[in-house]
Design a protein around this ligand. Structure first.
Ligand code: NAD
Ligand code: UGA
Length: 459
């Protein structure tokens, strides 16, 4: 049987649009998938062997589908594909607003609105417009009002189909999702989209709700995940002063099936393009409905995260700062700059706050990461006082202190016996991810301070 949706367009070839469409095209060879973006450089990269994002498994999926039923095109070429499309996904960025009403909290919908105008200008016949971007609840109203400007005989359905993939595991998350959520107003378009996902996702995992519940569920899912990280991070500080061990505590509470073991890894703080932005959006929405207590509750998740990053930076500084608190002449090795392992993404990475705080006190930083480019480091923290090292060894050479900020697996296997001699005498290793091999560090005669490991702070 012919699928109800034969031709798909996705506007936005980013971390979500690219992998999501690649998996749909891979799983549905009979559906024609076009991904368009106004960033021609990004499109050129998607059409090359050097994909614009690093994601395990992505290259294989893209190479199977690209040139068969998956194509990446620029804005101009994309217009004709929108005209022919049965369904158009909007998968553009929705960052925090930097100016105007709600600046610093509300989601900036200007890119979404520009997509809606593009669709209104080029769509023909009936088109299903699908919110894939994370939107504030009731954003669909704004899209609808823009689509209403389309010509005579052009009609739309709107669906909310938020994405739950996490970077670093995007392909696995897309191929085996916990759930796919489709919110809509009429059963027919919901069924048409569900039919696509059901090709590889068990039916009971394809959930449908009304539009507003789908939009809100996405924000709430991220808020709950971020809240778990802030919760465990708050306890990491308590562990350090009491002598308790955060990994023991997390493992004990995680055996309670009502709590569960996931997302209880204490860290230097959560990062990434979405947790903070989506929390702030939720806070702004709550405030705009007069729910100040609700807003204050979620604000605390953001504030605790900021505090954790600063707390960690101050710990690194404490033993090597002058009496006046200066770090001038001190070299600190930063191991890891990405916001988590297996990605090259540095958006809102905790490394930015930690590094800026150390740089502000005059430190010199030697930054190493396995996937982040020197340009990305420079764009976030500048080049003044910052050296990008090609290897962990180069970063560690002559360092007065070491900070592990990303949980790259290779950092867990560093040969501290060999590296110890490269560090300045008395250099302390601060592990913001609890991955450093504590026994190897001890045997090398070095001092380790791992987040939430009270035993190490009390010796
Ligand atoms: P991104 O910045 O990587 O990609 C967005 C792309 O949209 C960019 O390439 C940009 O050039 C393009 N774009 C913007 N306006 C456009 C327009 N008018 N026409 C054509 N292209 C346009 O963003 P992302 O990380 O893919 O996130 C996209 C959305 O998905 C956001 O709302 C985000 O909250 C949500 N989300 C992200 C993730 C994630 O892991 N990154 C996971 C789930 C949901
Ligand atoms: C997160 C969600 O997990 C996805 O479901 C969601 O789709 C996505 O946001 C989004 O909307 O963008 P992502 O940010 O890619 O995915 O990665 P996570 O694995 O959630 O990690 C986020 C941050 O929290 C990272 O900095 C990570 O190191 C940190 N974290 C995570 C911890 O510090 N401890 C944990 O136990 C888990």
């Amino acid at each position: 049987m012919k699928p109800l949706v034969n031709k798909i367009v996705c506007i936005g070839a980013g971390y979500v649009g690219g992998p999501t469409m690649a998996v749909i095209a891979d799983r549905c060879p009979d559906i024609d998938v076009t991904v368009l973006d106004l960033n021609e450089v990004r499109i050129a990269a998607w059409n090359s062997e050097e994909l614009p994002i690093y994601e395990p498994g992505l290259a294989a999926v893209v190479s199977r589908a690209r040139g068969r039923n998956l194509r990446f095109v620029g804005q101009t070429e994309g217009a004709a594909h929108v005209a022919a499309a049965d369904a158009v996904f909007i998968s553009v960025n929705t960052p925090t607003k930097t100016d105007g009403e709600g600046a610093g909290k509300a989601s900036d919908l200007r890119y979404v609105e520009s997509c809606a105008r593009f669709i209104a200008a080029h769509a023909k016949g009936h088109t299903i417009v699908i919110e894939k971007s994370t939107m504030p609840v009731r954003a669909a109203d704004r899209i609808k009002s823009i689509l209403a400007s389309a010509g005579l005989g052009v009609t739309f359905d709107i669906l909310s189909n938020p994405e739950f993939l996490a970077e670093g595991t995007a392909i696995r998350d897309l191929e085996q999702p916990d759930r796919v959520l489709i919110g809509g107003e009429r059963p027919e378009p919901i069924a048409a989209l569900a039919e696509i996902y059901r090709r590889w996702v068990p039916a009971e995992r394809v959930l449908s709700t009304d539009l507003w519940s789908a939009e809100l569920s996405k924000l709430v899912a991220n808020a709950f995940l971020a809240q778990r990280v802030s919760s465990i991070n708050s306890i990491s500080a308590l562990c350090e002063v009491t002598g308790a061990d955060i990994e023991e505590v997390a493992s004990v509470i995680g055996t309670d099936s009502r709590i569960g073991p996931k997302f209880l890894r204490a860290s230097v703080g959560f990062g990434g393009s979405c947790f903070q932005k989506d929390l702030l959006s939720l806070i702004y929405i709550s405030e705009s409905y007069g729910l100040t207590e609700v807003a204050a509750y979620w604000q605390q998740v953001v504030d605790l995260n900021q505090w954790q990053k600063h707390r960690f930076a101050d710990q690194i500084a404490a033993p090597i700062a002058t009496a006046e608190g200066s770090l001038r002449g001190r070299r600190i090795a930063i191991l890891g700059f990405a916001f988590k392992k297996d990605t090259n993404d540095v958006r809102e990475t905790p490394a930015i706050d930690v590094c800026r705080r150390l740089l502000a006190r005059g430190a010199t930083l030697a930054v190493h990461d396995y996937k982040v480019t020197p340009d990305s480091v420079a764009s976030e923290i500048g080049t003044q006082g910052v050296e990008v090292a090609a290897t962990p060894e180069a970063a560690l050479a002559g360092a007065d202190g070491v900070a592990v900020l990303t949980e790259w697996s290779a950092y867990a296997k560093l040969d501290w016996a060999r590296l110890a001699g490269m560090l300045k005498a008395g250099a302390v290793i601060y592990d913001g991810r609890n991955i450093v091999d504590a026994e190897a560090v001890r045997r090398a005669g070095l001092t380790l301070r791992s987040i939430g490991k009270g035993g190490q702070f009390n010796t």
